[in-house]
Design a protein around this ligand. Structure first.
Ligand SMILES: CC(=O)[C@@H](O)[C@H](O)COP(=O)(O)O
Ligand SMILES: NCC(=O)COP(=O)(O)O
Length: 237
């Protein structure tokens, strides 16, 4: 079974546009759970342009599924994670000014750095996932960090899927099989949508979880949040 974790960054973007509390990020997270989401993902960035650090504290108090906190493990990020102890932390090497996440870790170059962070996060009781491009060398080196899972960065898959699905999925399938052989759990995310999700699921053995935000929130504008979550879950059966 592949779990759907709904990324609610864009709900916070909308809320922040007016400075009040509409839409209410915490209530939306609770509603996502009620409508079938098996987790809630947030990616607090240093400028707090969408999810704020306080949102993560507020969510921690109410989330009953799985809270997945993504981000670059800066001192501020690590302090937050020590405080809220989410079920899962996904380490993402994004620059503070990046519009969105745009690459996976180089687990060879940053092996020692990542190992220290993974060790601490696991000692806090968090499952750790490392955001990776579908590069076999990076998957192999991820094992050395002690991480529980990897999250395959699916932007390239999503971009190539409409013209050549088989070519788009090939490196991801290779990486997924390798991860399984090496005993790493597998997550995936970025730019997944109702068009490309089922094919990803069918082709990645052992896919434990997908985190989806941007397209899901866009679809919800037309289809409604409950219906949209159900439609995404249907792609994962
Ligand atoms: C880690 C990842 O893949 C991103 O998709 C991210 O969590 C989304 O961030 P934004 O909502 O800021 O684009
Ligand atoms: N980890 C990926 C994520 O949380 C959502 O990415 P996107 O669906 O907003 O591109």
């Amino acid at each position: 079974m592949t779990k759907l974790s709904v990324n609610i960054n864009k709900i916070a973007t909308l809320r922040n546009a007016r400075g009040h509390n509409r839409p209410n990020v915490v209530q939306t997270a609770l509603d996502c759970e009620r409508f079938g989401a098996e987790g809630i993902t947030v990616h607090p960035r240093p400028d707090e342009r969408h999810i704020r650090f306080q949102d993560v504290r507020d969510l921690r108090r109410v989330i009953s599924t799985e809270l997945n906190v993504e981000g670059n493990p800066t001192a501020e990020f690590l302090a937050l994670v020590r405080e809220v102890r989410p079920e899962q932390v996904t380490l993402v090497p994004d620059a503070p000014d990046a519009i969105t996440s745009n690459a996976g870790w180089d687990t060879i170059e940053h092996q020692i750095y990542l190992t220290g962070i993974v060790t601490e996060l696991k000692s806090l009781g968090c499952r750790v996932s490392i955001f990776l491009d579908p590069n076999p060398a990076m998957v192999k080196a991820a094992v050395g960090t002690g991480t529980d899972r990897i999250e395959l960065y699916t932007e390239d898959y999503a971009r190539r899927y409409p013209t050549d699905p088989a070519a788009a999925i090939a490196p991801y399938r290779t990486a997924a099989i390798l991860a399984q052989q090496l005993g790493l759990g597998l997550n995936a995310g970025h730019d997944l949508d109702l068009e490309n999700l089922a094919y990803l699921k069918q082709n990645l053995p052992g896919l434990a979880e997908v985190s989806i935000g941007h397209a899901l929130v866009c679809d919800a504008l037309y289809l409604g949040l409950e219906n949209t979550i159900q439609l995404y879950k249907r792609q994962l059966r």
